[in-house]
Design a protein around this ligand. Sequence first.
Ligand SMILES: NC(=O)c1ccc[n+]([C@@H]2O[C@H](COP(=O)([O-])OP(=O)(O)OC[C@H]3O[C@@H](n4cnc5c(N)ncnc54)[C@H](O)[C@@H]3O)[C@@H](O)[C@H]2O)c1
Length: 356
Amino acid sequence: MLNLAVIGAGRYGTNIIRAFKQVESELEVKLVSICDINEKVLKSQCEKYNVQGYVDYREMFEREKIDAVAVATPDPFHKDPCICAANLGKHILVEKPMDITVEGCLEIIEASKKNNVLLQVDFHKRYDPYHQQLCRDVRDGKFGEIEYGYVHMEDRIEVPSEWFRDWSYLSSPVWFLGVHFIDLVRWCIRKNGRCAYATGNKIKLKGMGIDTYDSISAKVVFDNGVSVSFDSCWILPRSFEAIVNQSIRFVGTEGIIECDTQDRGTRLCSNKNSMETYNLGFILESKDRAGNTVYKGYGIESINDFVYNITYLENGGSFENLKKYAISAFGEDGLESTKIAVAIHKSLETGQIVYV
Ligand SMILES: NC(=O)c1ccc[n+]([C@@H]2O[C@H](COP(=O)([O-])OP(=O)(O)OC[C@H]3O[C@@H](n4cnc5c(N)ncnc54)[C@H](O)[C@@H]3O)[C@@H](O)[C@H]2O)c1
């Protein structure tokens, strides 16, 4: 039996807790404890999921036998719990971005290597079946050599202004959203970033007392010369038809591929909410035969993938095979995405092209 824990039991931590609870019925794993510095959040999650709660992850690690942990603290606060977990020999699933500094990513990687634990980053875009097909088509050369691409990922304004108003000023649309697609592009074309140039605006959120970018337009050139524009923002109006708006396209020497991952073809218009578009591929709530609530979708699969990976390793599987065959993002992937995002932020500050 592998014992699991979650550090950071807020909005996305809840999704991880649900996924861990659900996978208990399938694999020899058990969610044993949760840690959150917010006692109110902690109490309600522990009552709901019937697990032990701790406000300090060090105490949790001392008191509980834990084999693997998911870290879902705010963007700038992943490093310390990850390093602590690695040094105590726990496998780690860390939310994106792995860390918002290159040095931080390197430290986490070093600790995980030294202690021979799995370090996986939750880049769920890889698990979207439409992206998997896109990636296969790119790698099979179906539309020749890729020349350029375009990505946008945009959130509605309640995300930075309400969902985590207390820490959105410490993040940015690139840290919160952009890294998802930076990882996806890297994964598809199997190249790292070479340089970045970016512009951005601080208007709307700054006016609301939140000192961070509303939007960032970045051009990234990868090692093979492919250039991809990444537009990210988190100030779409509340009346927009979905919480996220996103798409990716590539143009190659022999063709083009476009993937609108926001509008999958089903829209609802009602007097109550105006227009709504579903992205059911991400997280779909349903019931099992016993009437229990079940969550499916690529937002759950990427978490399950971590549990499959650690189960595989504990049963004698090798890291080499995981790195060769799994679609998972590992520590080095987290590092490379962070390198690009850091270059984007440096370019925003300097107005220059920044080499990764
Ligand atoms: N993969 C995805 O699609 C996805 C979606 C949303 C958020 N995220 C990521 O998940 C992470 C958390 O985001 P969120 O939206 O859940 O934020 P949130 O603010 O809802 O939750 C963060 C929680 O961490 C707790 N916390 C902070 N410091 C802590 C510490 N030292 N020890 C224990 N708990 C601590 C806070 O009290 C809070 O409850 C972020 O890195 C974010 O980018 C990923």
